[in-house]
Design a protein around this ligand. Structure first.
Ligand SMILES: Cc1cc2nc3c(=O)[nH]c(=O)nc-3n(C[C@H](O)[C@H](O)[C@H](O)COP(=O)(O)O)c2cc1C
Length: 385
């Protein structure tokens, strides 16, 4: 399949010695995104808190995809070691780093991205023009994830040079517009490469995304459900057994923002809990997260004060913010799926088994090539008839 090869404005491939060290091998599914990111296939493994560590990123990257380290949940004193470990496991292949501007060590992650010449960073809301300008000057691809057209436009105005759209069916924090509506809407409105996320898991999805005009797909849940993710077996079992997409649902109760997750005992408890009990849970998470991240009381107060100044209605959300990483850790690290949150895309309902990252990527590529051939043969048949 030949995909529009013109390099959109502001998206010229990073030309440096890193590209020379690992020339991108030709693949029939290659899009300009592959040159920009330095990967073989237009398949991205997104950041997932407590899941996308160095092992998963290295496994994805070595299989020809592009992996993002989940920088928001890696303890500050281990981030650099994780970056070095990916480099070592991949023979210095390009990979990405995810961060949130509100995390206490955001500046450390930005400095490390520049120091280690990380190929791309992903983020949600947050970084201003100055921060993005510094990253772009260092040759780093700035690739935020958005759930609405207006957020894509705002992100580009701030300096982003690739946009990942996440449709509402996607895992973790998510919007309400489905991929099939958001993707063409954003592709038609922006001039930078667009990557499609939310609901992808196979080669048909990759071909469909390319047909919509995306330059690749990004997947979270599919990569979580691999033998390389390191997620404890008890938790993975819940994902594999999830067969009802309707029970992979959105709730605001974890941190005040819409978040898609597997239905479980903990979510049901939260739904039944009184506002007072929910506040107690949020405060306890906040204290645990403050201790884990080494956040100073002054920083916590600054974050609260900023929320109060910008939007008083967001104060409750700010207090609840620590619930997401703390409750995710219980499932993803402690292996206690009934006692925490299991962020998930609805796509978990159609992924029947765990595979390695290599098998996932090989399978997607093989099926995509097969679908492209089938589509081409339909055209041939049409001409003959
Ligand atoms: C367990 C889990 C944890 C996640 N954690 C993060 C995160 O820390 N940062 C982030 O930007 N997105 C996070 N996400 C969202 C994913 O990066 C990705 O955008 C989403 O999973 C894509 O939809 P899909 O699950 O249908 O592939 C998370 C998703 C999951 C399933």
């Amino acid at each position: 399949m030949t995909v529009a090869a013109a390099s959109p404005a502001g998206a010229s491939p990073v030309q440096d010695d890193r590209a020379a060290a690992h020339p991108v091998q030709l693949s029939p599914l290659r899009t300009p995104l592959c040159d920009l990111l330095g990967c073989r296939y237009p398949i991205v493994q997104t950041a997932m808190g407590w899941v996308a560590g160095s092992s998963l990123v290295a496994a994805t990257t070595n299989a020809g995809g592009f992996g993002f380290l989940a920088g928001a949940t890696i303890p500050a004193d281990q981030v650099e070691a994780e970056i070095l470990r990916v480099k070592q496991l991949t023979d210095d292949r390009p990979f990405g780093l995810n961060f949130h501007m509100f995390q206490p060590n955001a500046q450390q992650l930005l400095d490390l991205a520049v120091k280690h010449r990380i190929r791309a960073v992903s983020y949600g809301r947050g970084p201003d023009k100055k921060v993005i300008g510094r990253l772009r000057e260092a040759g780093i691809v700035c690739m935020p994830t958005v759930g609405a057209l207006k957020h894509a436009q705002k992100a580009i105005e701030m300096g982003a040079n690739v946009i990942t759209i996440q449709g509402g069916e996607g895992g973790g924090h998510t919007g309400s517009v489905p991929t099939t509506v958001l993707l063409p809407q954003v592709v038609d409105a922006v001039q930078v490469p667009v990557v499609a996320a939310g609901g992808f898991y196979d080669g048909r999805g990759l071909v469909a995304a390319l047909a919509y005009g995306a330059q690749g797909i990004a997947m979270g849940t599919r990569f979580l459900m691999t033998t390389d993710s390191g997620v404890p077996a008890a938790t993975l079992e819940r994902y594999v057994k999830a067969k009802d997409a309707e029970r992979i649902r959105v709730s605001h109760l974890v941190d005040g923002m819409p978040q898609r997750m597997l239905d479980n005992e903990y979510l049901q408890m939260l739904e039944k809990a009184s506002p007072f009990k929910r506040l107690r849970i949020a405060l306890s998470s906040a204290l645990q997260w403050k201790a884990q991240t080494g956040m100073t009381t002054a920083h916590a107060m600054r974050v609260l004060w900023q929320a109060l100044r910008e939007d008083p209605s967001s104060v409750a959300q700010t207090v609840m913010a620590a619930n997401a990483p703390v409750l995710l850790e219980r499932s993803m690290i402690d292996g206690k799926p009934a006692e925490g949150v299991m962020s998930s895309g609805q796509v978990a309902a159609v992924i029947g088994k765990l595979s390695s990252c290599q098998d996932v990527i090989d399978g997607i590529v093989a099926q995509a090539q097969e679908r492209v051939a089938v589509l081409a043969s339909l055209r041939v048949a049409e001409h003959r008839s």
